[in-house]
Ligand binder design. Structure first.
Ligand SMILES: [Zn+2]
Ligand SMILES: [Zn+2]
Length: 244
């Protein structure tokens, strides 16, 4: 059994997950989850984003899984990509409207539009692997995420993964915009330190597995430990079963 009522963030073979929509639905059902988000990577991911031309198949498979598991609420979701320092996202607002829930995060491997995008990835990689340029990348990443929050997204995934950010201004803007911040099992962000910093803001959080295999669906034990270590009030987390 999972401690989650809803796991909003799971991947399938439509992006880099290992199983089908039906497999994810079955696993969620077996683990006592009531709401499942199928949230493959957006089409702006160069290597394994959901292909635009496969979108109808994606929707159809989710519809089929809904019929097989009528007690499970399955959301047609997507994990959109922040493409660069200007906060551009790989889905237009009109495209976002087709989804029940729009997650959005910064990933390496998103399609590069110009030199500025290339430099954002390169400077983050230099920081990550060589430990240089921390102040510079922190400022640029923070700007990118703040601008991304101007788009009609519902959830900001793993803020700080792939490059450091200043979490306080991001969390303040997320609160203002009604965007939820993710505490991600797989990527270890938000971290305990980030949670401590922003736990008193009026912002909502969600815990998610970011499962790429069915066995990982609903598993958030490491993320939950971060929550406990930070002192965050679990009432601010929207998808726990409760009675924590
Ligand atoms: Zn992600
Ligand atoms: Zn993901």
């Amino acid at each position: 059994m999972s401690r989650l009522r809803a796991d909003y963030h799971t991947h399938t073979i439509y992006s880099d997950g290992k199983a089908t929509v039906m497999d994810n639905a079955r696993a969620a059902h077996e683990k006592g989850i009531k709401t499942l988000g199928i949230s493959d990577h957006g089409w702006g991911h160069g290597y394994f984003g959901l292909k635009r031309k496969r979108k109808e198949d994606y929707f159809k498979e989710i519809e089929e899984a809904r019929k097989v598991f009528p007690d499970l609420r399955i959301l047609i979701s997507i994990e959109a990509n922040i493409l660069g320092a200007d906060g551009a996202i790989d889905l237009t607002p009109e495209e976002m409207e087709e989804f029940d829930l729009v997650l959005c995060g910064y990933h390496f491997g998103s399609k590069i539009r110009n030199l500025s995008d290339l430099w954002m990835h390169a400077s983050n990689a230099l920081h990550k692997y060589l430990g240089i340029g921390k102040n510079y990348v922190t400022r640029r990443n923070t700007e990118a995420l703040l601008r991304a929050l101007d788009h009609p997204i519902d959830v900001l995934t793993h803020p700080g993964d792939k490059g450091p950010v200043e979490i306080m201004p991001i969390a303040k803007k997320a609160a203002k915009r009604g965007v939820m911040l993710e505490i991600n099992e797989r990527h270890h962000y938000l971290t305990t330190e980030q949670l401590k910093e922003i736990k008193d803001l009026d912002v909502k959080f969600l815990l998610s597995s970011d499962a790429h295999t069915p066995d990982a669906i609903g598993v958030v034990e490491e993320a939950y430990k971060r929550v406990k270590a930070s002192g965050l009030d679990v009432k601010k987390i929207v998808n726990l079963k409760g009675e924590e």
